[in-house]
Design a protein around this ligand. Structure first.
Ligand SMILES: Cc1ncc(CN)c(N)n1
Length: 240
């Protein structure tokens, strides 16, 4: 069994919980509160900034052009395409993207991004990529499964979001669809079983953080005693 197959098997129960989460179900059904959408975009903007920093260090630590290509494609997707997913949510929430930027990180966003950033300080490429992989993996799976369920209908307001993340082809799910798994499979043979178990734990922690990210957005879980997220008054401003 390849290391990526092992990770996918271990992460699938968490992925199933993500699919059952009311935020993800709401994307499929085209129904989510404006507060949940805005809270998500505010925090996701923060999260993706740190994800980009992780990409930058992963690029620095990669030695093959193949790995560099995969990481740079991820950076390109994030900078040039993924903002469309945020704009889709902003349009439905009736607010502008600019109004949802520059706010403090919630405890969950901080925990998740610190978990990724921790690997940059002392980790190898395998540690950095393992902590990052649940991000593209779970979203690709969400997109694929919602398409399989026929949720990308013309009248679902979140169809642009679903189609952005769904993989284009109809092929069976393979690690190759999520090229970070290829990097993990190339790196894994260099390490002991004990070390790979640590890497697997880190991957699974990120899977759980993915679930928690939906949870915090659906319920707008924020700081209790410190200043936190301020949701803009819904002005129905045109999304920029
Ligand atoms: C928290 C989170 N995880 C994953 C993705 C998909 N890149 C995202 N935008 N935000």
């Amino acid at each position: 069994m390849t290391f990526s197959t092992e990770l996918i098997e271990a992460g699938t129960p968490v992925l199933n919980h993500i699919m059952a989460h009311p935020f993800v179900k709401g994307i499929g059904d085209g129904k989510l509160s404006k507060q949940a959408l805005m809270f998500y975009v505010i925090q996701d903007y923060n999260y993706l900034n740190e994800f980009l920093h992780s990409d930058a260090v992963a690029l620095l630590k990669s030695t093959s052009r193949e790995d560099m290509q995969i990481i740079s494609q991820q950076i390109d997707f994030l900078l040039n395409s993924e903002s469309e997913a945020h704009r889709n949510f902003c349009e439905v929430a009736g607010t502008s993207y600019a109004s949802l930027q520059g706010q403090p990180m919630t405890p969950t966003t901080k925990l998740y991004t610190n978990h990724m950033l921790e690997t940059l300080k002392s980790g190898d490429l395998i540690d950095i990529i393992a902590a990052m992989t649940p991000c593209p993996w779970t979203y690709g799976e969400i997109g694929d499964r919602l398409v399989e369920q026929g949720k990308n209908t013309a009248d679902n307001v979140f169809t642009p979001w679903i189609e952005l993340y769904a993989n284009d082809d109809d092929a069976d799910e393979t690690p190759e669809q999520f090229p970070f798994f290829d990097i993990l499979d190339r790196e894994a043979p260099k390490y002991s079983r004990e070390r790979l178990d640590q890497v697997k734990r880190s991957f699974l922690e990120s899977c759980e953080f993915e679930w928690d990210f939906w949870e915090q957005s659906f319920y707008q879980k924020d700081w209790q005693f410190l200043p936190g997220v301020v949701l803009p008054v819904n002005t129905a401003a045109k999304a920029k």
